[in-house]
Write a protein that binds this ligand. Structure first.
Ligand SMILES: Nc1ncnc2c1ncn2[C@@H]1O[C@H](COP(=O)(O)OP(=O)(O)OP(=O)(O)O)[C@@H](O)[C@H]1O
Ligand SMILES: [Mg+2]
Length: 507
């Protein structure tokens, strides 16, 4: 059978980096292909070349055996490609159908024919079982549905080949299952799918074949049915990766974080966190689980100082910090790995070194008599880059040029180095490769062993269950239950997350 898509000898260089080094990739019609590899291996670069966002330095692209040269995504779309971006490119104030047809509106006598547009969008949605209301305003839709709108957009433009770059990173487990059903349906109708992921269980459950990149080269293309997560990670990392964590027993110390009767309101004055009380003690990891949108984000914003409290008190070590600024809480011993790293955690226009040094200006050794020691700063940055294997050509490189996972590592490296008594880690392994997940998990456990307190928020139940000592489940702004790690199971957590039975065992 002729390939739907073939890449031959693709080469792409950036200053100081060979991002794609002679890459060949051939995918059949109706196939679901996973593209995996460590952070910075060149996955996004390759897909951007395929979609016409970057021009390759060498190599050829064939779509249905026709040689193509893409000067822009416009050309790629015309050849039957579609890309679902991770940061959705939708207009929140427009409806679903307005977003879908945007830039490709059907017209009648020179006017946009809204009726035809809406019908056509509804018809495509039905044909591919994409549940979405064409008249709904996009701004009100949950993330999983917005992603469906992005998929609809590509189908409306008659895409035959769909590219998805880490599509599950922002989804809840339920939304992910919905996406997989949609993608299987699309492949069943002959569409070709290429998706990038760091989650090997997703590779195993969704793909027909997996292509592994390492340092810009293809190291293997494996038939999914004949491989294993261990084999894939060996091709990715070049060594065996420990996929389970070993949690040593630890001595509980004094209370580091105490949250009392906390209530938080959203912009419209609606209560989004209600009467939440809990403590995190030195030497323990407390996990917060819940379906996205049940108040976890607002709770963390209130604890870190990004959002005011409506009611309640927060104590960090011996100090009341309920009204303290973010900087005040940081000085009191709070480190924070935020979920939305592009908005809260980083300045992407600044250099990697500057991002690693943010907040360290007052550290002894790095400054003297109010003056920053340039040498000290540079050494500190270089040390962190090496220790966390951050892939960057030089420390002065703008952070914007880093791959997604390497950006995440910059925040993680900086926050661990801050040595706060309390570490708040939100989705700490989102977007990072398996080797780095292992490394970050080990770091979190060491941090705990050193007698610090960790509050961990993660959408990955397996991550929470393997790391946390106690798990709090949030539902509709309240703590719906608490489980000790030893007695937690996906089924029990799932029940609490869905607002089922209330369990609370105090210890
Ligand atoms: N616009 C750019 N300018 C300079 N260097 C870049 C640019 N885009 C990517 N790079 C570099 O190219 C390499 C490959 O990056 P790419 O984004 O393709 O990695 P990736 O496999 O998608 O990684 P991740 O899993 O972290 O998203 C990295 O070293 C990155 O820093
Ligand atoms: Mg990427």
């Amino acid at each position: 059978m002729p390939y739907a898509l073939e890449l031959r000898g693709i080469v792409k260089r950036f200053p100081g980096v060979l991002a794609n080094d002679q890459i060949d990739l051939a995918v059949e019609p109706g196939e679901i292909r996973a593209l995996v590899g460590e952070n910075g291996a060149g996955k996004t670069t390759l897909m951007r070349i395929l979609y016409g966002l970057y021009q390759p330095d060498a190599g050829e692209i064939y779509i249905h055996s026709q040689k193509q040269t893409f000067h822009s995504p416009h050309d790629a779309i015309r050849a039957g490609l579609g890309m679902v971006h991770q940061h959705f490119m939708l207009f929140p104030s427009l409806t679903v159908s307005e977003n879908v047809i945007y830039g490709a509106e059907p017209t009648r006598a020179g006017f946009v024919d809204r009726q035809t547009a809406r019908q056509k969008v509804a018809e495509i949605a039905r044909q591919y079982s994409l549940q979405v209301d064409p008249a709904a305003k996009v701004g009100r839709l949950p993330v999983g549905v917005r992603q469906r709108v992005e998929i609809l957009k590509t189908l409306y433009r008659q895409a035959e080949i769909l590219i998805l770059d880490e599509p599950t990173a922002v989804l809840t487990p339920q939304e992910r299952d919905g996406l997989f059903a949609i993608l299987r349906g699309l492949a069943g109708q002959g569409k070709t799918i290429i998706f990038i992921t760091h989650k090997l269980h997703e590779v195993m459950s969704l793909s027909d074949n997996a292509t592994v990149l390492r340092d810009g080269r293809v190291t293997a293309t494996l038939r999914t049915a004949a491989t294993s997560p261990e084999e894939i990670s060996r091709y990715m990392v070049g060594r065996e990766v420990m996929l389970v964590v070993n949690k040593p027993p630890v001595q509980l110390g004094e209370t580091v974080l105490a949250v009392e009767n906390l209530a938080v309101e959203d912009e419209t004055g609606r209560a989004v966190v209600r009467d939440v009380s809990f403590q995190v003690r030195a030497g323990e990891i407390v996990g917060i689980a819940g379906v996205a949108g049940n108040g976890q984000t607002e709770l963390i914003e209130a604890i870190t100082g990004l959002r005011p409290l409506a009611v309640g008190r927060i104590r960090l070590e011996k100090r009341e910090v309920s009204q303290a600024t973010v900087a005040g809480r940081r000085a009191a011993g709070q480190a924070y790995i935020p979920e939305d790293r592009s908005r809260v955690g980083l300045a992407v226009a600044a250099s990697v070194a500057d991002n690693l040094l943010m907040g360290f200006q007052k550290q002894p050794g790095l400054s003297r008599r109010g003056l920053l020691s340039l040498r000290g700063l540079a050494e500190h940055a270089v040390r962190l880059i090496k220790q966390y294997a951050i892939k960057v050509a030089r420390p002065t490189e703008p952070a914007a040029n880093l791959s997604g996972g390497n950006l995440q590592k910059v925040v993680i490296a900086r926050e661990f180095a801050h040595h706060g008594r309390l570490l708040i880690a939100e989705q700490p392994t989102r977007g990072v490769d398996v080797g780095s997940i292992e490394f970050i998990h080990q770091h979190l456990l060491n941090y705990r062993s050193e007698g610090n307190a960790i509050l961990l928020v993660s959408a990955e139940l397996s991550e929470i269950m393997s790391l946390a000592d106690r798990i709090l489940v949030m539902f509709e702004g309240r703590i719906a239950g608490e489980l000790a790690a030893a007695e937690a199971s996906e089924a029990k957590l799932g029940l609490l997350m869905a607002g089922g039975e209330k369990i609370r065992n105090k210890n």
